[in-house]
Design a protein around this ligand. Structure first.
Ligand code: NOJ
Length: 448
């Protein structure tokens, strides 16, 4: 029998997590306060008054966590470095104890046969920088540049895969434009457009850091959670409409990065709220990268409307979703997202840096937890990804979010994305069905 859904070789299989969501030790060894620590300390901002102060206590338990990864066959792990551990005030004096922690962490990963994929910034802006204006002000880009240079110089001998920023939209629009992410303010389009500009500029500065200090074989890219548009029907008209909508939907990030400009359409529609920039910004922002990371959970349907103009088709209230209410189950996003960035921007190397499903799992019974719903959604997503690679879309790898249940930002600890269950009282980890299943997928390089 021919194996079903074989993936090309080599294909990078891995898991992903991020510093704030797992480390805990929020004030240990000189770590500074982040905007998420501040949000956790502000009553009413986070579900169930949860805070990231302890999380999975990974700061103290990383060795046993890596041992468990190894046992489950994980060979690639996407992690992030906490900026406020390295620069507690965001800039100024380096915190050597924070630098040393990641030396130990990276060495331990390598000892367990796990390759690091390091995200420089996964939302934990030092609160001191937020107090100076945060992503609103250009000063953040200078501070980021120094931070990026510092970590690439420190870890570049062992880390060869770098991701500059994670999900720009979540710390710009959803942080300053009325969303539920830190710093949780609502300041309007002028501010939001400027935060986007500073973010894409930081991406460019991160790329420059890797080129200058990354050493031989270093690679770098952005992780974007592009809005994924899906043709309602796979007719030429709907496909063309969805493609056009993809460009419009992601114009603030992908156009400057891949085309070194903002479109006149965007600038015209932004009007007086357009961002300001300085000479040379776009050269930095559009520095060539080695891959694009895509976080894909969901998407939305588009059809050709009047005069073939793209028209978003609303989902009905009973459309199926995970327990995470934003997570409409739209697996086709895994096919169309990579296809669009390849067709539109000529991206030659794509990694799915996150995909998974958030469900409020009940605790394991006798050491077992049958999260068939999560496993089935991930499996269906992977079928769509397989369709993409079959159509020669250059997808080179896939990271499942998440290895273990963790601090799900404003939703706290009840919203679980892990394939390993974490009991947050005892810190006991229990692999779920999805972990055992994914172990086989990684090992056999095909769907099971
Ligand atoms: C994307 C984010 O990068 C990650 O931090 C988050 O936990 C997952 N989505 C699930 O919401």
């Amino acid at each position: 029998m021919k194996p079903a859904y074989p993936f090309p070789k080599p294909f990078v299989w891995g898991v992903a997590m991020a510093a704030t969501q797992i480390e805990g030790a929020a004030t240990k060894d000189g770590k500074g306060e982040s905007i998420w620590d501040r949000m956790g300390a502000t009553p009413g901002k986070i579900h169930n008054h949860d805070t990231p102060a302890v999380a999975c206590d990974h700061y103290h338990r990383y060795k046993s966590d890596f041992a468990l990864m190894k046992k489950l066959g994980v060979k690639n792990y996407r992690l992030s470095i906490a900026w406020p551990r390295i620069y507690p005030q965001g800039r100024g004096a380096v915190n050597q104890k924070g630098v040393d922690f990641y030396h130990r962490l990276i060495d331990s990963m390598l000892e367990h046969g796990i390759t690091p994929w390091v995200t420089m910034f996964h939302w934990d802006l030092p609160q001191a920088l937020e107090d100076e204006g945060g992503w609103r002000v250009r000063g953040v880009t200078e501070a980021f540049s120094t931070y990026a240079d510092t970590i690439v110089r420190a870890y570049g001998d062992r880390v060869k895969n770098w991701i500059t920023l994670n999900e720009i939209i979540c710390f710009t629009k959803m942080g300053y434009g009325g969303g539920d992410k830190a710093p949780n303010t609502n300041e309007g389009d002028r501010v939001v457009n400027q935060t986007y500009h500073h973010a894409v500029l930081c991406h460019g500065l991160g790329v420059r850091a890797v080129r200058e200090y990354g050493g031989r074989g270093a690679r770098v890219g952005l992780t974007d959670n592009s809005n994924i548009t899906i043709p309602l029907m796979e007719t030429p008209q709907d496909i063309a409409a969805a493609k056009q909508a993809f460009v419009q939907e992601n114009t603030r990030i992908l156009e400057p990065i891949y085309r070194g400009r903002y479109t006149t359409e965007y600038l015209r529609s932004a009007g007086a709220n357009r961002p300001t920039w300085e000479k040379g910004d776009f050269d930095l922002i559009s520095l060539p990268t080695d891959f694009l990371g895509m976080n894909i959970y969901t998407g939305f349907y588009v059809r050709a409307g009047r005069r073939n103009a793209p028209e978003i088709v609303p989902l009905t209230p009973n459309y199926p979703r995970a327990d995470a209410p934003w997570l409409y189950l739209v697996p086709e996003a895994m096919y169309w997202g990579p296809r669009w960035v390849n067709e539109i921007y000529g991206v030659k190397s794509i990694y799915i840096t996150e995909n998974g499903a958030g469900y409020d799992d009940e605790p394991p019974v006798k050491g077992e937890l049958f999260d068939i719903h999560r496993r089935n959604y991930v499996r269906t997503c992977l079928k769509e990804l397989h369709r993409a690679v079959t159509d020669k879309v250059p997808v080179k790898g896939y990271f499942l979010w998440s290895f273990m249940d963790n601090f799900e930002w404003q939703d706290g600890y009840s919203r679980r994305f892990g394939v390993v269950y974490n009991d947050f009282t005892t810190q006991r980890r229990t692999p779920k069905l999805s972990a055992h299943w994914y172990q086989k997928v990684m090992k056999e390089n095909r769907l099971i």
